[in-house]
Ligand binder design. Structure first.
Ligand SMILES: Cc1cc2nc3c(=O)[nH]c(=O)nc-3n(C[C@H](O)[C@H](O)[C@H](O)COP(=O)(O)OP(=O)(O)OC[C@H]3O[C@@H](n4cnc5c(N)ncnc54)[C@H](O)[C@@H]3O)c2cc1C
Length: 502
């Protein structure tokens, strides 16, 4: 499941990381999570002279950022027609400008700090091969043009197949996200910031005008806290679990044995297909991504990696798949990220989440908003993403889906009898069975060795579902994931599952 980006251990060589906090600490800002958002905050804050302590549950870039596609763009699918219609011209224009600035901010960091991360300006395209979708492309083109942005309506691209129509944004970019994060880590350490890996934050509490972040054994006192855990692991206050879901997408990296095209591409409708090139072992390879579905909803190899491999074989018959990986991202119900104070009762604790699969640019927007807030500077884009917003959710279908899913996983599915018995589970597969009226999650490995877990999410108690592609237990409510042996892999849960001795 490791990505092309994480395949090179050299990238992390000689990083100044700590494995253990062995005493209580005091710092200006405690950042929880070392993905692109947490490390970008750490970068800007240490540059301003703040004392920063970063806690990372696992390894640097090991979650969403290490498994992304790595396109840095303000073209977030077909989005600006939706934004203009839902929130008005100024809102849509500011959103576009904020993301355009983010591309330049990232380029400036890379240049200023001399970070070698394969950054390259590219054109970005959203396209369709379906005539019926042309009106949506045209509307989006008009919406973007009305914002004063110089995009182009095209009928030809570098892709190895014909399109009906597409929109091209110039001066977008691609990079190697893990090399970029490694560069940020070096800058943070150089300026005195401390990064602790394999260190899980389990709670944050208010302490007068300060905050205390708790790990298993120690406390970190700080003036400010930044929750950069992707999906907030604190449920109350904030209530983010009522306003976001997670969506999984898949990627393959392919040696096509042919020369490749320029540009980055994404299809306009779901399930999306996404394309870009990247460098692996000094050679250009093709990344094909897509086949998204809600995290925790069972899917098969055939419907995910299988479909991506079909695309590769269709256009590059002699191609060889080098890597397969997947990850998830948080999607808010109104499709706008949550950036700013975590809640009105915890104003100096900040959050950046809901990047809806466009977190390369949005994490930079978010870091600038949060860092400006901490340093008392006005940020003209902060109003777009206010995390305490209470606007009515216009996306009724998503809201209904999410509520029905949560009700099922929290209650109704727990009452249903599983349709599998222990003997019916084949080797290298898993399922939920019932033992003495209790639900038990069983996985039998290739040799028949049995792993039994309590299939109840340690985040908020939803019934988990078996993911046969990755051999994991996944939460259909909020997207937490656990290994077959119960080890917690992905947020918002941070505790392992209970296991049964056999
Ligand atoms: C398949 C796919 C492709 C994508 N492609 C693109 C793309 O091309 N362009 C783009 O702009 N965006 C893309 N995205 C989105 C982008 O990858 C994410 O928005 C972004 O990486 C999120 O970064 P993050 O820092 O918020 O989260 P993460 O990278 O997940 O970082 C959060 C960190 O917090 C840590 N953590 C969690 N809980 C705790 C805790 N309790 N204590 C301590 N640490 C904790 C985690 O271990 C993790 O390292 C894609 C998303 C997907 C799913």
């Amino acid at each position: 499941m490791n990505s092309l980006w994480l395949s090179d251990n050299e990238i992390f060589k000689n990083l100044d990381l700590d494995n253990n906090i062995n005493e209580d600490l005091s710092t200006d800002v405690c950042v929880i999570g070392a993905g692109i958002f947490g490390l970008t905050c750490g970068y800007y804050l240490t540059k301003l002279g703040y004392k920063v302590t970063i806690l990372e549950k696992s390894d640097i870039a090991s979650k969403a950022t290490g498994h992304t596609t790595g396109k840095i763009t303000s073209q977030h699918g077909l989005f600006y027609d939706y934004l203009t219609n839902s929130y008005g011209h100024k809102f849509a224009k500011d959103y576009l400008d904020a993301n355009e600035e983010a591309i330049e901010n990232i380029k400036n960091i890379i240049d200023e700090e001399d970070i070698n991360c394969d950054f390259k300006y590219q054109k970005s395209f959203v396209y369709t091969t379906n005539k019926e979708e042309f009106p949506f492309i045209k509307k989006e083109y008009q919406a973007v043009s009305n914002l004063g942005y110089n995009c182009e309506l095209v009928t030809k691209t570098g892709l190895p197949f014909d399109i009906v129509s597409g929109i091209c944004f110039k001066n977008q970019a691609e990079f190697h996200p893990v090399k970029y994060l490694s560069g940020l880590c070096r800058c943070i350490a150089k300026r005195g910031g401390k990064i602790y890996v394999n260190t899980t934050a389990v709670d944050v509490k208010v302490d007068g005008s300060d905050y205390i972040t708790y790990t298993k054994d120690h406390q970190i006192k700080s003036k400010y806290v930044i929750i950069a855990t992707h999906y907030p692991f604190i449920n109350f206050p904030g209530f983010y679990f009522t306003k976001m879901y997670q969506s999984t997408s898949y990627l393959i990296a392919v040696d096509t044995k042919k020369s490749l095209f320029n540009g980055m591409y994404i299809s306009s409708s779901s399930p999306t297909l996404s394309f870009r090139t990247a460098i692996y072992n000094n050679k250009e390879v093709l990344l094909i991504g897509g086949m998204d579905h809600k995290t925790g909803h069972p899917s098969s190899y055939k419907d995910t990696y299988g479909k991506l491999e079909e695309v590769a074989k269709k256009y590059y018959p002699h191609s060889e798949v080098l890597f397969r990986w997947n990850t998830r991202d948080c999607i808010s119900l109104d499709k706008i990220p949550y950036i700013g104070s975590f809640s009105t009762s915890m104003p100096n604790m900040f959050v950046g989440t809901g990047f809806k699969k466009w977190g390369m640019s949005l994490s930079n927007v978010a870091a600038n908003i949060v860092v400006d807030k901490i340093s008392g500077k006005y940020n003209k884009y902060a109003y777009l993403f206010k995390s305490s917003r209470l606007k009515p959710i216009k996306n009724h279908d998503e809201l209904k889906n999410m509520l029905v899913q949560s009700a099922n996983s929290l209650l109704l599915d727990k009452l249903k009898r599983p349709n599998m018995t222990f003997d019916e589970i084949s080797n290298n597969s898993g399922s939920i069975i019932e033992v003495n009226g209790e639900k038990v999650g069983i996985y039998k490995d290739e040799n028949g060795k049995i792993y039994a877990v309590k299939p109840i999410c340690t985040h908020l108690g939803c019934l988990l579902s078996w993911n046969d592609i990755d051999k994991t237990w996944d939460c259909p409510c909020h997207g937490s994931r656990f290994n077959f042996d119960g080890k917690n892999l992905y947020d918002p849960a941070f505790k392992n599952l209970d296991t049964y001795d056999l």
